[in-house]
Design a protein around this ligand. Structure first.
Ligand SMILES: *Cc1c(COP(=O)(O)O)cnc(C)c1O
Length: 433
């Protein structure tokens, strides 16, 4: 293990100086900039299993894993071989390929709620399209989402509410006209009464409820049984659809998704991340009668030049094949439990108060003593303390997501040696932060 001194980051810093000239903030996705922890990023040079290497040659146990997709770790041999094999035939045709049929059949077989599915290029496209289909199917405009859930960056999904049971949305981002956000109703997560009230007030106008079944995007938050029951019951009673956004949880928390673990019965499911094996992808699907709304069979338009890209499909199919053949989930669960137990013990030994939330291989160390069950409780975290811990961990060779409000991940490639490395680093980091 690195002794925890400041790492040499000369090449990363030089690249960042160049990047800032040509790319807004120097990054192609905001959270990579490490702004919320007050530091700069490393530029990645490569990855191998559980490890990522930066351009200065520093090695880290990778707990970001491309923000979720790399459930098998970096460059799994079967995934690499599948991409190489696909490349020998061609990169994209604008005509359907056999792989897309196989992917759709595989997703149907594995994900309980899917009767038909369409591939797109990102999770954002998947959620945006699923909502459009739900609106087309119901003939209604309003959408319910929950505070702290992230569903990509489509205009009407970039909305959270102030506290309170029922708030008509105001956009989170400049460039989103208030009118675009006005159809979005934002409610607290894990609050069945707020959901009931929203439907009593506006039920006839609500097309759909979209939810992260386990939330990763305010840090990890798990749903209560009462909330799951309300999600299954209330929208349906009012003729609205339930959209389960499994872009992060799909094939991560279980082979059959969070919906299988929770008994959630969505009309539509969104996927992404893992089903591309590290290449760009998204998918949405669900009940046949709803998906029959999609063009060219139905009136809801949705399209994509590179949708179902052969390389992404090959990488995704290889990933899903390995997951089915090897069933890594029990081992990942044990390793994740060992890791989080180790982190909790390390914090306690150093006298640092934390709340650790975990589902399968997704976890967050919240710097708060409050149980974290929604956005409000997540926000009780000491983000400055998180930032200090993040930097200590990085100097000790562990790459964590650079925000208190994100999930960290393990992969099938993280074994006892990596778990031990992270726990040792955490002991030192909690003690000296
Ligand atoms: C990552 C994520 C998205 C967005 O996916 P992109 O591929 O980044 O557009 C949507 N929903 C959830 C739950 C996610 O975690």
């Amino acid at each position: 293990m690195n002794d925890g001194k400041e790492l040499c980051m000369d090449r990363s810093e030089a690249l960042m100086a160049r990047a800032l000239e040509s790319i807004p903030g120097g990054v192609n996705s905001p959270v990579r900039a490490l702004r919320s922890v007050g530091g700069g990023p490393f530029f990645a040079a490569g990855g191998d299993g559980a490890w990522v290497v930066d351009v200065d040659g520093n090695r880290y146990v990778d707990l970001i894993l491309s923000w979720g997709p790399l459930v098998l770790g970096h460059r799994h041999p079967e995934v690499v071989a599948a991409i190489r094999a696909a490349l020998d035939h061609g990169m994209s045709y604008g005509a359907p390929t056999e792989g897309e049929v196989e992917m759709a059949e595989t997703l149907r077989r594995l994900m309980p709620g899917l009767e038909q599915v369409r591939l797109v290029n990102s999770g954002t496209e998947a959620t945006m399209s699923a909502v459009r289909v739900a609106r087309g199917f119901t003939g209604r405009s309003k959408l319910v989402k929950f505070e702290g859930c992230y569903h990509g960056h489509a205009d009407f999904l970039l909305v959270k509410a102030g506290s309170g049971a029922l708030t008509f949305g105001a956009p989170d981002s400049a460039g989103v006209p208030a009118e675009f956000a006005a159809h979005t109703i934002t409610l607290p997560y894990n609050d069945p009464a707020a959901l009931e009230k929203a439907f009593q007030e506006a039920g006839g106008q609500i097309a759909a409820v979209i939810v992260e079944p386990y939330v990763g995007n305010m840090g990890v938050v798990t749903p209560t049984p009462a909330f799951v029951a309300a999600l299954n019951d209330i929208p349906r009673r009012h003729g609205a659809l339930l959209i389960c956004d499994e872009v992060m949880t799909g094939f991560r928390v279980a082979l059959h998704g969070a919906q299988s673990l929770l008994g959630l019965q969505p009309d539509l499911t969104c996927l992404g991340k893992i089903i591309g094996g590290g290449l760009p992808v998204g998918a949405y699907g669900g009940r046949r009668e709803v998906m029959q709304m999609v063009s060219p069979v139905g009136p809801v338009y949705q399209a994509g030049t590179l949708s179902g890209n052969p390389l992404s499909v090959a990488a995704g199919l290889a990933t899903l094949r390995v997951l089915q053949a090897t069933d890594p989930y029990p081992a990942i669960e044990r390793n994740s439990a060992t890791l989080c137990d180790g982190l909790a013990a390390a914090a306690a030994a150093a006298g640092v108060t934390v709340t650790i939330n975990r589902i399968g291989s997704m976890f967050t160390v919240f710097f708060t003593g409050t149980p974290v069950t929604d956005l409000e409780s997540a926000k009780t975290s000491d983000t400055k303390a998180f930032g200090r811990w993040f930097h200590r961990m990085r100097n000790l060779g562990v790459s964590l997501p650079p925000s208190q409000f994100e999930a960290a991940f393990l992969s099938a490639a993280h074994g006892p040696a990596e778990i031990d490395h992270v726990v040792q680093a955490a002991r030192e980091a909690f003690r000296t932060m």
